[in-house]
Design a protein around this ligand. Structure first.
Ligand code: ZN
Length: 386
């Protein structure tokens, strides 16, 4: 049984659509890969966290930078091996400014981890904005001092220049749901969780949205909801809710869950109670330690089974289908998620991505590489240029 710490202090949580559409080869992120689902469609969200008492603002992740051709060489040169398509329209800094939030209001940025699609472009924020990184980040080779000072670094040096880079302490014994926790504001309103496996220093956030409800900011603890769903505590319902399904004559009304469960890629015995995928341990995996990452996912399932916790993994496309964003509705936050029933609404939409009769479920979210709102024909040769 998941035990959540008590407090009456909360943070306001707003969802930021980082305007990223991308496709990634499934084997990089999930296993087993099945015919018709060789490519994952990914969106990418970040979160604006606001401490209710002090008005301090924190960005949890920054998504992508729109000028992805300026990424460090080690990232740029291998880009197209894993991602068949990418489109990014705006930097998060632009989105904040358009909503009337000066960048100087952002006291801190937390990187869930150092991968390019979460770190944004920190250099666009003033030096007064501090940067939080996870355990082990500062000691890891190929990170600090950053590119180009270290030509092999995976992160840009200008993210760190002139600002405080903080690796918070997780050694005081606080744990939540089996993860080491850091109480960010010291009052139980917002925790960082040490969630290892994807890469060194991977963090999740746990934001208290009311006295007894939380949003779990998942980063890349996993990339696809079918890694945690269905499960023994939240099995498939007999029928998948019609509103969760795309309009397609392939789906009968009502739509029995057996339409999907009968093609479960991992089990024939309990297909309605077993997640469809695990984290990838193929050679191409993006996880530095798939075994540890899968353990983190198992712990995440305990949070998922609590009616008081809404799980938001960064690349879950369903989040943007149902929940308001800072982009479109700056005054709307996610704090009333339980009242609004969003956990139920977002739960099963991922089945639309599964193969339908051996064919891909959904079309790619985006095709080709984009720049300035248009297809960028020279992208691959430019990105690979030494
Ligand atoms: Zn990611």
């Amino acid at each position: 049984m998941l035990e959540l710490p008590t407090s009456d202090r909360t943070v306001r949580v707003r969802l930021v659509d980082t305007t990223t559409l991308m496709t990634v080869r499934s084997e990089v992120l999930v296993q087993p890969v099945q015919p018709g689902h060789e490519i994952l469609n990914l969106t990418d969200v970040a979160f604006l966290i606001e401490h209710e008492g002090s008005n301090q603002k924190v960005m949890f992740d920054l998504g992508t930078r729109k000028d992805y051709w300026n990424l460090p060489d080690a990232v740029r040169l291998t880009f197209d091996q894993f991602m068949p398509s990418v489109r990014i329209d705006k930097d998060v800094s632009e989105i904040l400014r358009e909503c009337g939030i000066p960048l100087s209001d952002i006291g801190s940025i937390v990187w869930s981890h150092y991968h390019w699609d979460h770190i944004g472009n920190v250099a666009l924020f003033p030096p007064s904005t501090s940067l939080y990184v996870g355990p082990g980040f500062k000691a890891e080779p190929r990170l600090l001092p950053g590119f180009p000072d270290d030509s092999n670094s995976l992160v840009p040096a200008d993210a760190f220049a002139g600002r405080d880079v903080v690796e918070p302490d997780f050694a005081d014994g606080l744990t939540i749901g089996g993860f080491r926790a850091h109480d960010f504001f010291g009052d139980g309103s917002f925790y960082l969780l040490d969630t290892p496996g994807h890469c060194v220093g991977h963090l999740c956030g746990l934001a208290r949205t009311t006295a007894d409800t939380f949003i779990f900011l998942g980063g890349d603890i996993c990339h696809f909801p079918g890694i945690i769903r269905p499960n023994a505590k939240l099995p498939f319902p007999a029928h998948i809710p019609t509103e969760a399904l795309d309009k397609d004559p392939f789906f009968p009304t009502p739509c029995p869950c057996s339409l999907f469960a009968a093609h479960h890629p991992r089990t024939k015995d309990e297909p309605s109670r077993t997640p469809f995928y695990e984290v990838s341990s193929y050679d191409a995996t993006a996880f530095t330690d798939p075994t540890v990452a899968q353990e983190s996912v198992t712990k995440l399932q305990e949070f998922e089974s609590s009616p008081d916790v809404l799980i938001c993994i960064a690349h879950d496309t369903e989040l943007l289908r149902y929940m308001p964003t800072l982009n479109d509705s700056p005054s709307s936050d996610l704090n009333a998620w339980k009242e609004k029933g969003w956990k139920d609404k977002i739960r099963w939409g991922w089945v639309n991505e599964l193969p339908r009769g051996g064919r891909p479920g959904r079309k790619p979210l985006v095709e080709g590489y984009w720049r300035d709102g248009k297809i960028w024909e020279e992208a691959v040769q430019t990105l690979r240029r030494n």
